[in-house]
Design a protein around this ligand. Structure first.
Ligand SMILES: Cc1cc2nc3c(=O)[nH]c(=O)nc-3n(C[C@H](O)[C@H](O)[C@H](O)COP(=O)(O)OP(=O)(O)OC[C@H]3O[C@@H](n4cnc5c(N)ncnc54)[C@H](O)[C@@H]3O)c2cc1C
Length: 248
């Protein structure tokens, strides 16, 4: 019998499908041989190797639920980036992709962790939180969840149709959008970056002790975590995942 692949050993997945999400974001559905599941919130490392042996490695959150047999990552293309343009523009169904994982244990949530659950995302930071929402839906959980999601514009909202569908038949799920750069005509929702006043309006009171999961560009994550603490939320109930160095 061969050795069981560890989650930290590299293996080659096969791209099953490439799904456009927005103009700059797409999802890659991957078949990973020997994959034995993940927790919502975990990520994988992806490694690219050039012909001359040069390697580049980046992390991507798993956006699919553990209940889904394939794993999905959702990638935002940064035009000047090294890895994301390759994932977004070059990979096709049937191609191989080297990865390892699942990785991460702190930024995870399953229905057993209960709630109420406050999800706060910026841009592609929705990916690991989507794994939590998909897992919760697959389990028909009634844990109360509120998602506050910041996007640049209406057409930049990732999984917009799926979020609408989830909300439409789930009284325990609320989704609040804020659009920071452009708003469609007639938009009545928030139109600024997430701040303390917005969090006070959307989040539960600190006394309800919501578990907060915050993910997105580093400055946004830090601003949200600071604002939640300033509102009186227990720092021990705030979990964060920082995606990158800039504010996007
Ligand atoms: C735990 C974890 C999970 C992640 N999950 C995802 C995910 O699900 N989806 C996803 O799209 N990305 C995710 N990221 C970010 C991802 O790992 C890469 O950093 C990102 O794809 C950029 O890589 P690149 O090689 O294309 O750009 P690089 O060549 O590394 O950088 C190009 C330029 O973009 C800037 N930059 C780098 N990263 C970011 C960023 N995140 N936001 C804004 N500007 C940036 C750099 O400063 C530089 O100017 C995750 C990061 C971490 C740490």
């Amino acid at each position: 019998m061969g050795a069981v692949p560890s989650r930290l050993s590299w293996r080659v997945a096969t791209v099953r499908a490439v799904q456009p999400e927005t103009q700059r974001v797409l999802s890659l559905v991957l078949d990973v041989p020997g994959w034995d599941g993940h927790q919502p919130g975990q990520h994988i490392d992806v490694r690219l190797t050039a012909a001359d042996g040069y390697q580049a490695q980046r992390s991507y959150s798993i956006s699919s639920a553990p209940e889904d047999p394939a794993i999905t990552i959702t990638v935002e293309r940064l035009d000047d980036g090294e890895v994301s343009p390759y994932l977004a523009d070059v990979l096709r169904p049937g191609d191989g992709l080297e990865l390892r994982g699942p990785i991460g244990g702190w930024f995870t949530w399953t229905t057993q962790d209960g709630g109420p659950l406050l999800l706060v995302a910026g841009g592609s930071g929705l990916a690991p939180l989507m794994a939590m929402l998909r897992h919760r839906a697959a389990r028909r959980s009634t844990v109360p969840v509120r998602l506050l999601y910041s996007s640049r514009g209406f057409d930049d909202i990732i999984y917009r149709a799926e979020l609408d569908r989830l909300v439409s038949h789930d009284p325990d799920l609320a989704v609040v959008h804020t659009l920071t750069r452009s708003q469609p005509p007639g938009w009545t929702g928030y139109a600024r970056r997430i701040d303390g006043a917005m969090l006070a309006a959307v989040a539960w009171a600190p006394e309800a002790r919501p578990l907060a999961m915050v993910c997105g560009p580093t400055p946004m994550v830090e601003a949200v975590a600071d604002a939640l603490v300033a509102l009186g939320h227990d720092p021990g109930r705030i979990r964060t995942e920082r995606f990158g160095p800039t504010g996007g």
